[in-house]
Design a protein around this ligand. Structure first.
Ligand code: RIB
Ligand code: CA
Length: 313
């Protein structure tokens, strides 16, 4: 079977970096068509720089990396240097990128790529705020019918929020964009904090990554080691939650996850609950189900998959 074509929209970020490396390692199964960068964890200039640093590390200077939207729809950008460091990719000492940015704006790249492939073949992996995608939907509504599905890291149910008491970062940064994406009629798989907070990089799991003994293994161990410093302070858990790679793992091994198809609606007005993903878990409202929400993960199986795949880079 031909590898599945995917686009990755991203705001690297240590966990984005691991997700991108996992996708590039799974070249027998996934065909990464390009990376589109968005402002999120750090400003756009740094996310676009970091995406290219990761491609250089993976030996993929050929991959199109496009810069996209530098702020959310209708509000100021909120970043997360306190989690990811000033560079957004603190931890390993990754050199400045050798590869240039692709000349196309990320929104144009998304539109042009989706129009170039047969309808229903390209999957979009969204790892940051959904600004690029929502902007593309507004500029070219026809592309909503061309996507196979969207697999996004974002949202939270019982896990509650990580940037406010009820909101997860990617959704909170641009709730308007998230609302547009969830209402667009495209099949959506949501990977919320309820799952990613079970995918913790414990010292043993980090040691297994470092034991790969490769530049990628060392870099991923350093990336997740830095990312961890924030997690125990806030959540008292051992190890960093490896959010974004769970999206790629779902593509590769959906059997590692449990899911339910429900309605998810985003709060876009209230200052108190802005960005909250209201999940109608029991079908109480009259809102039609629009999202396949993952709610459990085989964490050991996930880390075995991650370590085995990264060993091939
Ligand atoms: O809330 C976690 C998400 O926000 C992850 O995608 C992380 O990289 C940040 O973008
Ligand atoms: Ca991210």
């Amino acid at each position: 079977m031909a590898p599945r074509p995917i686009l990755i929209d991203t705001d690297p970020g240590q966990d984005d970096a691991v997700a991108i490396l996992l996708a590039l390692a799974a070249r027998d199964t996934l065909d990464v068509l390009g990376l589109t960068c968005v402002a999120g964890n750090v400003p756009l200039e740094k996310t676009a720089l970091n995406a290219r640093r990761i491609c250089d590390l993976a030996g993929r200077p050929d991959l199109p990396v496009c810069a996209g939207c530098d702020r959310p729809m209708g509000r100021a950008l909120v970043t997360a240097e306190h989690v990811h460091g000033q560079s957004g990719l603190d931890g390993p000492d990754l050199p400045a990128p050798q590869m240039p940015l692709h000349p196309a704006h990320a929104v144009d790249f998304l539109i042009d790529t989706l129009r170039a492939y047969p309808p229903g073949t390209v999957t979009l992996i969204a790892l940051g705020p959904l600004t690029n995608l929502a902007t593309a939907f507004g500029r070219a509504p026809d592309i909503t019918g061309r996507l196979r599905e969207i697999v996004l890291m974002g949202g939270a149910q019982a896990a509650l929020g990580n940037v406010t008491p009820v909101a997860e970062f990617n959704i909170h940064v641009d709730p308007t964009a998230a609302d547009i994406v969830l209402r667009a009629g495209v099949p959506v798989v949501m990977v919320p904090l309820d799952v990613t907070h079970k995918a913790l990089v414990t010292p043993a799991r980090n040691a297994a990554l470092r034991a790969l003994g490769t530049p990628v293994g060392h870099a991923v161990a350093d990336l997740t080691g830095f990312f961890e410093r924030y997690n125990p302070v806030r959540y008292g858990a051992e190890g960093a939650p490896l959010h974004d790679p769970c999206t790629i793992a779902w593509l590769l091994r959906p059997d590692l996850f449990a899911s339910r198809h429900v309605n998810v609606t985003v709060e876009t007005q209230s200052d108190l609950t802005l960005g909250m993903t209201v999940m109608d878990w029991w079908g109480i409202s009259d809102r039609a189900p629009n999202t396949t929400v993952l709610h459990d993960i085989d964490a050991d199986g996930f880390f075995d998959l991650l370590t085995e795949r990264l060993a091939t880079l």
